[in-house]
Design a protein around this ligand. Structure first.
Ligand code: IVH
Length: 669
């Protein structure tokens, strides 16, 4: 038998190897081992750490997946204050800045232009090559120590790569939630009937303040590093330090450029005004920095910001228009949300007729009135929003908007629980839009996938009095269906077949289909994994539920409340009697072939005949894997319309095969 390895030695070797492989993967897009081998190494390290907690290194690569709970973040003082930048919005101001700089330090000035990332500033401290602290900006002098959360961000090295680094230094950067992750998160929230996240910046900031670092890990935050701080810096220029920190394992966006003159700076700004939309993070301008550190020192600081740097901000994409009306929509969970109807206006290339107002507080905060001229803006948000009222244009006789006290659909008195921004219609069982939205959710593709039924038929069935909850669907008869307007026998029988087929849908999707508040598809899967049947779920106590990873207070309470309602219990029992699955295996993608097995795909752009989601499902159902970023080991890039040129360039550079929509569809036919 081989002699047992010393655990300390084995931990050290595994840590070293995994760190190296991570560096190769994330910085150089090279995979030296298979995912399987990598996972096995990580698992072994986790096991060893569990057996020998005293040998656990706080910077172990196992910390990337999180698991540390921080109850209260410690306040820490920044070694170098975290200042802000002075902003400018015009070419004229930039030329003034250049003049001031040249007057102070002479004409031999070189600038570095960078993107102004719209995320959350972070300060990262390293001692002897080890990450020791990650802190938020706070008030600029003191911030929160969020080290455990920072350790989960893969763009941030826990151990500096290479050798030539100072004993003590700080790197600063911007943490962000990639736009794609933001959209996915919001889709999930929408499904779960939760309030949507307003924009990626708030989402990133909220994520960084999570107490459970496992949640942070699941959000896949990114970080672009943009500055280096150290006493006795080994570098002469900012550009040199950017290159060095990149070699050490920090992610530096390769969008920065040295500019020899203000004309070059202006050209950079112009170029990136459109190109910035290719980046995985929202940006709102360009930061211009004097490159040479000695010259930076000569220029010095004002009380708040350096004299050697300035931020040029792109004009916000905003337009003025008239507020015609406010509509109140009742969602599946009864939440009543105001939507502003606007006089159509062109904004950032699209015609905007509606804008979100989020909730009642927002109407008050903006002091909105009908007939007001308002500014609508499209920031990092997907839906445009009203940012301001032009009070000078307010009609003399305008009246404040009175938020409805009763449901616009059923007339029930609205309720608002403490701490909630939304009003709710409590008439869950009698309010038409709620009932219909619940049924539409039930039949949707990610739930029961009853594709022969659509919102139109649901409306007809409801109006005819045949269906008012999901269980009623399974009592439908051929006669009832065929008797509906514009419905033939054939379609009616297809609907019945489709309902029959839905009885094979896996348990977690049935759970999701029930539409319990805060139970989206991911949560449903988690629940089904831990509580293998409906009896276990119904019987679960608050403690049982919160013991499940990722199930928090709100979800647990919502589930308990759901099953306290006898009508819900009856609904579940009827669905069970109809033959739906309330236990057993969890859904996997149904395999259609293994034609794409072993291949990875990145999807980019928009497609003509197929949605992105369908494309993803097709790839998975033919055995392929969809990944989010282009790396050397990627097999195919499926390119649609409006794909960013940067992605295309990267794929070309790495020699990755690019497929059009048609070519891809050919592949699986
Ligand atoms: S350098 C003295 N570079 O902008 C401040 N900041 O208004 C030096 N930011 O708190 C900061 N992108 O969060 C710098 N490429 C970039 C940046 C950047 C975004 C943010 C940062 C900072 C704020 C300053």
């Amino acid at each position: 038998m081989a002699p047992e390895k010393d655990p300390a030695q084995e931990i050290k070797e595994l840590t070293h190897r995994i760190n190296y492989l991570n560096y190769q993967y994330y910085q150089n897009s090279v995979s030296e081992v298979s995912d399987f081998e990598f996972d096995a190494m990580l698992k072994r390290l986790q096991d060893l750490e569990e057996q020998h907690p005293d040998l656990r290194d706080p910077n172990s690569p196992t910390q990337r997946v999180g698991g540390t709970i921080t109850k209260n973040f410690k306040t820490v003082t920044h070694r170098y204050p975290m200042l802000s930048l002075s902003n400018t919005y015009s070419e004229e101001d930039l030329r003034e800045f250049d003049k001031r700089v040249r007057k102070a330090i002479g004409d031999e000035v070189e600038y570095v232009c960078e993107q102004k990332f719209d995320g959350v500033a972070i300060s990262l401290t390293y001692e002897n090559g080890q990450f020791v602290q990650g802190a938020t900006r706070g008030d600029g002098t003191r911030g929160d120590d969020i080290s455990a959360n920072v350790r989960t961000i893969r763009d941030i090295p826990l151990q500096v790569h290479g050798q030539n680094y100072p004993d003590l230094f700080e790197v600063r950067g911007e943490v962000f939630l990639p736009l794609q992750v933001f959209e996915e998160l919001n889709t999930e929230r929408e499904e779960a009937g939760e309030q949507l996240l307003a924009n990626p910046r708030n989402a990133a900031s909220g994520t960084l303040k999570q107490q459970d670092s496992a949640i942070v890990a699941s959000r896949k935050l990114g970080c672009f590093s943009y500055s280096f701080h150290c006493n006795n810096s080994p570098f002469q220029t900012h550009a040199e330090s950017l290159q060095a920190i990149q070699k050490w394992g920090f992610k530096v966006s390769d969008t920065w450029r040295k500019c020899g003159s203000i004309e070059d700076v202006l050209a950079y700004i112009k170029e990136w005004e459109t190109r910035r939309h290719e980046l995985p993070i929202a940006t709102d301008g360009v930061v211009v920095k004097v490159n040479n550190y000695n010259l930076q020192e000569e220029l010095g600081f004002t009380a708040k910001s350096p004299r050697w740097a300035i931020a040029y901000k792109y004009p916000a994409m905003s337009s003025a228009t008239k507020l015609i009306d406010i509509q109140y929509q009742v969602g599946r969970t009864g939440a009543v949300t105001p939507v502003a109807l606007l006089e159509p206006v062109l904004l950032a290339g699209t015609v905007v007729k509606r804008a979100s107002v989020h909730n009642a507080n927002e109407i008050q905060r903006l002091d909105l009135r009908l007939g007001d001229t308002v500014f609508v803006e499209k920031g990092g948000e997907i839906i445009p929003k009203i940012t301001e009222v032009d009070f000078s244009k307010r009609p003399a006789d305008s009246q404040p908007i009175l938020y409805p006290t009763h449901c616009p659909a059923c007339g029930s008195e609205l309720v608002r629980s403490e701490g909630e921004a939304n009003f709710y219609c409590p008439n869950e069982k009698g309010c038409e839009p709620q009932i219909r939205a619940k049924l539409e959710h039930f039949i949707s593709r990610k739930a029961m996938n009853i594709d022969e039924l659509g919102p139109k038929t649901i409306e007809q069935l409801y109006k005819a009095g045949y269906v008012s909850n999901a269980a009623d669907l399974y009592d439908l008869t051929l006669e009832q269906l065929a008797g509906l307007e514009r419905m033939g026998e054939k379609s009616a029988s297809n609907i019945l077949k489709s309902l029959e087929k839905s009885k094979e849908v896996a348990y977690d999707r049935v759970l999701f289909a029930l539409g319990i508040r805060f139970v989206g598809s991911t949560v449903a899967k988690k629940l089904a994994e831990h509580l293998p049947d409906i009896v276990a779920l119904r019987g679960a106590t608050y403690e049982d539920l919160v013991a499940i990873n990722e199930i928090g207070d709100r979800i647990a309470n919502s589930i308990i409340e759901y099953f306290q309602d006898p009508e819900h219990v009856q609904l579940v029992e009827r669905l069970q009697a109809a033959g739906l699955k309330f236990k057993g295996e969890i859904s996997t993608v149904e395999m259609e072939s293994d034609k794409l097995a072993g291949n990875t795909f990145v999807i980019s752009g928009v497609f003509e005949s197929i949605s992105r989601e369908e494309l993803q499902q097709l790839i998975a159902s033919h055995g392929g894997k969809v990944v989010s970023s282009i790396s050397a080991k990627l097999n195919y890039l499926v390119a649609g319309d409006k794909m960013g040129p940067a992605k295309l360039e990267k794929a070309n550079k790495l020699g990755i095969q690019i497929l059009s929509e048609d070519q891809f569809l050919q592949m699986i036919r």
